[in-house]
Ligand binder design. Structure first.
Ligand code: ACO
Length: 315
């Protein structure tokens, strides 16, 4: 019988060993630990020292292979969600990952800012269901420290580096529901990597207001699409941009704040890597049990946003 479900069957992650504290940042720009913690919820971030986005993606995949005893020879497609690929155009970061693991299926990068992982999951899911791919490695990997303006206190305190990978395969039950993918491109310039300076630029207030609305709308619409109520959800895994965004959304949309899984305090905003990094941590600490309902929510540059319902099922 043809299976119509696609599930995450393995996860892995990698964080570069160098940890940068808020106090260290206060020695670079006019800021303080107190300001950063109270305005963002961020305490530390990991910073890549010479490691590229593809190298971190490979290490995250090696972690996945080791943790879940996956034979790399059976990995088919590779999709990397990133805004900081090793090369500005081509080859794609996914091709560099594919070369390392000698995969033969389609390999390409996907650009949808911090929503990239949600978009990539849905693309991979569709390609597996259509028969184009047997399975797919979906990776979020970012070396944001290479595009941070280290003289701009408005942005340099917000971001960190890291990578995480998931393996998507057909499953008998559960898995990923079709995603909701959205774009609000009138606000495209409110969050950019400037093509000349190659630095992140951000209209913080516009992004903040958008983010609160985007999370609220996606949670509401994913619940509606699945005919579920919030009490049936075990976890919401949001893009980790800012703790205040989560608190404001929770108040405005009456979503219990304790449903949100947050690791922003330790890893800051890792853009496309943030949702799989959280999933990898949750799996390692036993939070993802069979049948658990997890609502994934992304929002970011584009502006893009989206989400999907994941029923944890590993086979
Ligand atoms: N340390 C100290 N002071 C700072 C810092 C800092 N690191 N950054 C900004 N300030 C100052 C500003 O210069 C400003 O000073 P001024 O009034 O003298 O001009 C003051 O703090 C207030 O600035 P606001 O921008 O109003 O600060 P706000 O309270 O709105 O917080 C923040 C800024 C945290 C960036 C907020 O706008 C926000 O959360 N925006 C969402 C954007 C976000 O999270 N982006 C992440 C990337 S996007 C994504 O992942 C989707």
């Amino acid at each position: 019988m043809k299976m119509r479900n696609v599930a995450i069957t393995a996860v892995g992650s990698y964080l570069p060993p160098r940890i940068m504290t808020n106090d260290e940042l206060a020695g670079i720009v006019d800021t303080s630990d107190e300001w950063i913690v109270s305005h963002t919820g961020i305490g530390t971030r990991h910073i890549a020292e010479g490691e590229t986005t593809s190298e971190m993606a490979i290490k995250a995949t090696e972690n996945l292979i080791k943790r879940f005893k996956i034979d790399p020879e059976r990995i088919d497609g590779v999709i990397v969600a990133t805004a900081t690929g090793d090369y500005p155009g081509f080859p794609s970061t996914a091709n560099l990952v594919s070369r390392h693991f000698k995969t033969k299926g389609g390999a390409f990068d996907l650009a949808a800012g911090c929503t990239g992982f949600i978009y990539a999951l849905d693309v991979a899911r569709s390609m597996i269901l259509s028969g184009t791919l047997k399975n797919a490695l979906v990776i979020g990997s970012e070396a944001l420290s290479t595009v941070i303006d280290w003289e701009d206190r408005n942005t340099c305190v917000l971001f960190g580096d890291g990578a995480a990978a998931v393996l998507l395969e057909q499953a008998a039950a559960g898995g990923l529901a079709p995603a909701l993918l959205r774009s609000e491109a009138m606000l495209a310039e409110s969050l950019t990597i400037d093509p000349v300076s190659r630095h992140i630029t951000m209209d913080g207030k516009a992004v903040y207001q958008f983010a609160v609305r985007a999370i609220g709308e996606i949670v509401t619409d994913v619940l509606k699409a699945g005919n579920l109520s919030i009490s049936e959800i075990d976890w919401i895994v949001p893009h980790q941009a800012n703790r205040r965004i989560i608190s404001a959304t929770s108040r405005r949309y009456e979503i219990p704040e304790e449903l949100f899984y947050l690791n922003i305090e330790r890893v800051a905003n890792t853009s496309a890597a943030s949702i799989p990094l959280a999933l990898s941590e949750m799996e390692a600490s036993g939070l993802l049990k069979e049948g658990r309902k997890i609502l994934l929510v992304g929002f970011g540059a584009g502006l893009t946003y989206g989400g999907s319902l994941l029923t944890w099922q590993r086979s």
